[in-house]
Design a protein around this ligand. Structure first.
Ligand code: GRF
Length: 205
């Protein structure tokens, strides 16, 4: 059984969807730790409710970035995480962590990368930009995390149609519900050991 450490900053609806899919046996994984940089994050409440260990880990509580990185790595090693799952995590992952968990950190982005991604493209900014641009389709991307924002190999993408009367809010809601039904499927591929990467291509075994 694959061991997941989830990192989340916000409401944690993606985190909850993972909990639910583990519970109903869709996802062959164990969620062993939830880390948040935000002490008031809904994700921490959701972890508590489900009996999952949760930690508030803020870089501001450490002397410097190195100490923070060491603490983060210490916890990930302690719980023997196989895969790190970013679910609305708003802080950049230190390079040392990316190196140690190469090809074992996933992120979900609420658009079809490489469109509408990169620094500053998060939350409502993404959906505003999609509507402003006049794109007819947007969607969801699950990708492996590397040193650059929203850049690593794509594991899975799903399409969402942009409707003429969409507002950033209505679009965000539809995209979010697709996220909930996508993330666990991508993680299940890791649980089944079906992922191989060749350069930036993910090959499904
Ligand atoms: C999602 O749209 C996710 O793609 C993005 O942040 C949002 C998090 O929502 N990275 P939630 O906290 O999972 O409800």
């Amino acid at each position: 059984m694959i061991r997941l450490a989830v990192l989340a900053s916000g409401g944690g609806s993606n985190f909850q969807a993972l909990i639910d899919n583990v519970k109903n046996n869709n996802l062959d994984a164990e969620i062993i730790l939830l880390i948040s940089n935000n002490s008031t994050s809904g994700a921490i409440q959701k972890a508590k409710k489900s009996g999952i260990e949760s930690l508030h880990l803020a870089s501001s509580a450490y002397k410097n970035e190195n100490d923070y990185t060491a603490a983060l790595l210490g916890h990930l090693r302690r719980v023997k995480a196989d895969l790190i799952v970013l679910a609305g995590y708003m802080k950049q992952i230190p390079n040392q962590v990316i190196k140690e968990y190469k090809n074992r950190i996933l992120n979900i982005h609420p658009a079809l990368l490489p469109a509408f991604g990169g620094k500053g493209m998060y939350g409502h900014f993404v959906h505003e930009a999609v509507i402003e641009y006049g794109a007819k389709f947007t969607g969801v991307t699950v990708h492996i995390v590397d040193e650059e924002y929203d850049n690593g190999p794509v594991v899975m993408q799903k399409i969402v149609e942009v409707k003429e009367n969409d507002t950033p809010q209505t679009l965000a809601e539809r995209v979010l519900s697709v996220e909930h039904d996508t993330y666990w499927r991508a993680i299940q591929l890791f649980a089944q050991n079906r992922i191989k990467t060749e350069k930036r291509k993910v090959i499904l075994l």
